[in-house]
Design a protein around this ligand. Sequence first.
Ligand code: PRX
Length: 652
Amino acid sequence: MTDTSAQLDTLLAENRRFPPTPEFSAAANAQPGIYADGEHSQAFWADQARKLDWIQPWSSVLEWQEPHAKWFVGGKLNAAANCLDRHVAGGKGGRTALIWEGEPGDQRILTYRQLADEVGKAANALRGLGVSKGDRVAIYMPLIPEAAVAMLACARIGAVHSVVFGGFSAESLRDRINDAQAVALITADGGYRRGGVVPLKQFADEALADCPSIRSVLVVRRHADGESIGSAAMQQGRDHWWHEALAGQPAGADAEPMDSEDMLFILYTSGTTGKPKGIVHTTGGYLTQAAATTRYVFDLKDEDVFWCTADIGWVTGHSYVVYGPLAIGATVVMYEGAPDWPERDRFWSLIAKHGVTVFYTAPTAIRAFMKWGTDHPARHDLSRLRLLGSVGEPINPEAWMWYREHIGGKRCPIVDTWWQTETGGIMITPLPGITATKPGSCTIPFPGITPELVDNEGNVMQKGGGFLTLTQPWPGMLRTIYGDDERYRQTYWSRFPGRYFAGDGAKLDEDGYWWVLGRVDDVLNVAGHRIGTMEVESALVDHPAVAEAAVVGKAHELKGQALSAFVTLKDGREPSDQLKLELREHVAKKIGAIARPDDVIFSADLPKTRSGKIMRRLLKDIAEGRALGDTTTLADPKVVAALKDKYEELEG
Ligand code: PRX
């Protein structure tokens, strides 16, 4: 973090600014008055909520009893009906909702009417399997249209979806299904990744061996070139092919009237302990914020084609592939595969082919594109792009400038959007027709959002470096942690009394612009994905050879952070390269490939304070090859010296 602040200081002195062009400003969805409106937060959000279709109006906008918020109390609506039916009813049924491309190049385009019909059939199929309002349904899928259909079908019948990223392991899937006590799973026989087939159903079967709550499984057959790509052993009575279950179902399915505060979905995210947290989002407030931020931050108009590259397994995919854009009737692009398959220009070829006008991706991807070189984007016609976005981690100014020049042709504004799984929607962001941007800053709060910077004691700071907190509830905020409200209070509301603390360190400059510096807790950000060090440590200790493990993040050119694992073996177990590999694979199997440590360093001891706490800061210094900081509180300084030698040996 020291390095980052130094970099930011220099940058601030330089103070590059990029105001929007008058043409962009004149046509933008958000006009300057929006900030004044946002000062009356409840009235602002109520205006936004009124843009949705409500089955029954709310009686009060907000009931707030810290840390529990209720938005649009008493109102009833259905999220799927808002994303589909109202557009069809409003004469937009023929409009393109989804432009999908599979990794092998297969394509499907669905209009709003077609998507609504698919969702209706899937909703009926789910009801036929006995799934009803309030039931939890796990979704473990590749990025294919059926993934969005499955989410919306759940929403239609009032079932709560819990999407588990298709890159997660069988064990991660199992834990999430069991925590939510899901009654059904929707998966696919396989999906494509870098030319290979990921056998999702096989992983699901491994998970389901230990998931007694699951009664039914729907399996999508992933086709390419008319051929089914995977094979799935179907368990009679439990497993059903999606296409068979949907065949013969009517397209019309009643949309369940949901209370504004009824659960829409659970999404698991990493925390500082080993157990993932089931973040609970409800219906009215979440949809209001997702829709409003999509409208104003991405400035979508009828003629736009919006591509948010996130997988639906992450919150970004929930809010900006599915709910936000569909709620406002936009056209979205969905791509199943990797950015470098078959070539490193796949994204640019997709943008050119489908006429993408607004593109939203992550800094980790942008850094990879920079590394791959400018020839790839230069070969393609990116001239229809008019707005770019970034999310997931701080974007380094150099990457921001590259993005602006080589992808945006110096004409597209960039919206660097700060938010979290917990916030449900974008919180701090430029509005593209209003805000002058500075490379590396997510700029200012979205209207109706009031972040505050505090110091270590919780005193409010007007500028400088501190902790990013929120004092007022916002519509898309998480309502609790599924099944563990006490953990919700502890995790988010106890560090600074009266404040939601997001886990991020940040800086406020003299213009009131926010610069998010990164996590200050034991959570790492690897390639834009949150990984709790404890989760990885637990996975390591689960291996029979391991006595103790400490995992730290080290700066990584592409991923932002990479994992270094320091491991103490049980007596009688010998370090070896073979064991290193085994441990890396063990973590990948327990959590998923994104958590696989880059380095494994064996050590007879780990540096601890006299009270027995592992000193991660020292390990991080070692992993990043820095001179060691203060070691005076260390129980046994020799441990660190020995580790440092080891690490240098490894690097050398
Ligand atoms: O550390 C912040 C970082 O990502 C964290 C949230 O991760 P997750 O819940 O997985 O959601 C990611 C997508 C919303 C935050 O606590 N983060 C996200 N966006 C930014 C960011 N850091 C800096 N700048 C951003 N624009």
